[in-house]
Design a protein around this ligand. Structure first.
Ligand code: ZN
Length: 133
């Protein structure tokens, strides 16, 4: 799927889109992999509470301050986005049970834009673990 982000750093809840992809796959038991093919954004799973979303953005700024003399900024002024993406990771894998994404009560799936606004691709692959033995 394609996403259009609207801010430089932004956290978007993509849980409904991923859940919809799982349901339309008609796979009953298996795994759902959510990944992005870019190097300056991330996929994470956590609680969708607005204060926490702001806390995550502030944590990233504290851990990887913008323009802190990074080598990569000499050729491309976005080293902070790459380094934040390294910390968060570009994919998550979740179980599929009884045709639905198995999420904990407080879990949501987020796309994290770290160098926007941009158009981004998110790949959702649902695979079956059904076997007859
Ligand atoms: Zn770069």
């Amino acid at each position: 799927m394609q996403l259009s982000t609207s801010k430089h750093v932004e956290i978007l809840d993509i849980t409904d889109k991923v859940s919809g992809a799982v349901r339309s796959s008609n796979i009953d038991e298996g795994m759902c992999a959510i990944s992005t093919s870019h190097t300056t954004c991330a996929i994470i799973v956590n609680e969708h509470e607005s204060g926490l979303v702001s806390d995550i953005i502030e944590l990233l700024e504290k851990l990887v301050p913008s323009s802190a003399g990074y080598y990569h900024d000499r050729i491309d002024n976005n080293a902070d986005a790459h380094l934040r993406a390294v910390l968060l990771g570009n994919s998550e894998t979740m179980p599929v049970r009884k045709g639905n994404l198995e999420l904990g009560t407080w879990q949501s799936i987020f796309f994290v834009e770290l160098d926007g606004p941009r158009k981004r691709n998110v790949d959702i692959v649902v695979s079956s673990s059904d076997f007859r033995g």
